[in-house]
Design a protein around this ligand. Structure first.
Ligand code: FMN
Length: 209
């Protein structure tokens, strides 16, 4: 059970060493993110990867999470603020193309998406997109653990700072959640030797067979 062992190994790191994560491992985590499930397959978020001390300092302004500044790579999960008709049409065309279907073969699906997203307001669309970004965060956490790369999921950041520094608003995006990647500094990290605290599985899960 390597998966479970690796998930027991991971924890939300508080102090990072200055060792950089190899680009090949970062790319595997990014590919895992891209393989995440998403509602209707629309992948309604984008991921920004920052590995630049100057920019990380700016992104970490107003945050108590020093990991933003000290990690090797910072992943920003930026969710769509809208789901436009053009985006839906492009996604349908891409699906038809990648599956070798005739243009228009998926028009029923396309019309369903148009009417669904036409009926909900922008706030609901932004919330829906944010939920998709969190699924990607979960994938990234598992992928990082499998690669023995440390990670910290982070909600404690200033969305206005991150949106401003990365120019997200102009791109139709907003920061949803971020993920620090790197290698733990076991001596400096007060959490490194702490026991993982979880409910008994039986309390979490109800099996109905
Ligand atoms: C969405 C989300 C946001 C989090 N935000 C922070 C944060 O801002 N700073 C931090 O140090 N840890 C953060 N954490 C880490 C949690 O505190 C941690 O996952 C939880 O205490 C369980 O511990 P473990 O992940 O170390 O096993 C966050 C976790 C999640 C899933």
């Amino acid at each position: 059970m390597n998966l479970i062992e690796n998930l027991k190994w991971r924890y939300a790191v508080k102090a990072y060493s200055n060792i950089k994560v190899a680009e090949e491992k970062v790319d595997q985590i990014l590919e895992a993110i891209n393989l995440s499930a998403s509602s209707c397959g629309l992948q309604s978020y984008r991921v920004f990867v920052v590995s630049n001390p100057e920019i990380q300092n700016k992104l970490g302004a107003d945050s108590f999470n020093g990991q933003i500044r000290s990690c090797s790579h910072l992943l920003v999960f930026a969710a769509f603020t809208d789901m436009t008709s053009t985006y839906i049409d492009d996604y349908i065309a891409m699906t038809e193309n990648q599956r070798g279907l005739d243009a228009g073969a998926l028009s029923g699906f396309r019309n369903g998406l148009h009417s669904y997203f036409g009926a909900i307001d922008t706030e609901q669309k932004a919330l829906w997109a944010t939920k998709q970004a969190y699924i990607a965060l979960g994938t990234a956490l598992i992928a990082a653990a499998e690669l023995k790369v440390d990670a910290t999921p982070i909600e404690g950041f200033s969305t206005s700072v991150i949106d401003e520094v990365l120019g997200l608003k102009e791109k139709g995006l907003h920061s949803a959640v971020i993920l620090a990647l790197g290698y733990r500094d076991s001596e400096k990290d007060y959490m490194a030797a702490m026991k993982k605290v979880r409910l008994p599985v039986k309390e979490m899960v109800t099996k109905i067979y």
